[in-house]
Ligand binder design. Structure first.
Ligand code: CAA
Ligand code: NAI
Length: 243
């Protein structure tokens, strides 16, 4: 068991990649807190994943909501070993058509949300002598993507924050890394026009989209002790779409 008795918070784990990560972490012995805005899916996810999964509703964009999440986890589990900052949204539009609201909503969740969760969790990791922070970037943040000014900006920022936190938190025993998934089969890509998704699929050398479990396995590696000397890194899990 690679995560035996570890306590993990995975944001956005009611669906998609986060759900697959919760499943994978539990298979490896972890207790997982599914921290998600979507209470319907969150309750179902916790039921499906069994006694090592607990759902707590949170809006990562709200500092108060994240504070409540972290207090609840400490009350119930007593410690936090792993934080996976996985929650994310898209509000795609061409630059010339993007509204201020579309721009700001994506920043609030994908960027400020990661700042909130990490800042609230750090004191608890320091208290137990260390921990693992895993952030979620994207192929769009590394290479850019048509229609994603807002989203690409946040996902590029994740790479910079990950490196900065690696420099600040390494001496406190906290490992910080990121995963940059390629196009992965979840509700997020279902919103894309089918012709553009087909175009993306066709340029992946592996000739398929990622599965949520492909990405969950990368989170698992970075959360495990096997990755203790991997630090400040952004791991591309994208079938080499942009190589
Ligand atoms: N790559 C290449 N070309 C793209 C493109 C993309 N991702 N998205 C749009 N285009 C092209 C269109 O084919 C179109 O080209 P033509 O003018 O030659 O026909 C042009 O850009 C304008 O597109 P639309 O006519 O569709 O313009 P619109 O204003 O109606 O819609 C849009 C714009 C909302 C951005 C829509 O095109 C769209 O949803 N595109 C997909 C954007 C995308 O890739 N999102 C990724 C979502 S998944 C995700 O975000 C996960 C992740 O991390 C990768
Ligand atoms: P998804 O849409 O299937 O799941 C995202 C989850 O985040 C949902 O359960 C949603 O309720 C939750 N969420 C949204 N806003 C929230 C908020 N304010 N507070 C708490 N939870 C919130 O998306 P998917 O595909 O599983 O994405 C997971 C992560 O992976 C995101 O950060 C996304 O940007 C990233 N990613 C996804 C890719 C893909 O192709 N699917 C590619 C690259 C990165």
């Amino acid at each position: 068991m690679r995560l035996n008795n570890k306590v993990a918070i995975i944001t956005g784990a009611a669906n998609g990649i986060g759900y697959a990560a919760a499943e994978r972490f539990i298979e490896e012995g972890a207790f997982v807190f599914i921290a998600d805005f979507d209470d319907k899916a969150g309750i179902v996810a916790a039921q499906q994943l069994g006694q090592n999964a607990t759902f707590i509703q949170v809006d990562v964009a709200s500092r108060e909501s994240v504070k409540h999440l972290v207090i609840a986890v400490i009350e119930q589990a007593g410690r936090i070993d792993i934080l996976v900052n996985n929650a994310g949204i898209t509000r795609d539009a061409m630059l010339t058509k993007m509204t201020e609201d579309q721009f700001q909503q994506v920043l609030d969740v994908n960027l400020t949300g990661v700042f909130h969760c990490t800042q609230e969790v750090i004191p608890h990791m320091v208290a137990v002598g260390g921990g693992k922070i895993i952030n979620t970037s994207s192929v769009s943040g590394v290479y850019g993507n048509v229609g994603q000014t807002n989203y690409a900006a946040t996902k590029a920022a994740i790479v910079g924050m990950t490196k900065t936190w690696a420099k600040e938190l390494g001496r406190k025993g906290i490992n910080v890394n990121a995963v940059a998934p390629g196009f992965t089969e979840t509700d997020m890509v279902k919103k894309m026009p089918e012709n553009i998704l087909a175009q993306m699929r066709s340029i992946v050398p592996l000739q398929r989209l990622g599965t949520p479990r492909d990405i969950a396995n990368a989170y698992l590696f970075l959360a495990s002790d096997e990755a203790s000397y991997v630090h400040g890194h952004t791991l591309h899990v994208d079938g080499a779409i942009m190589m």
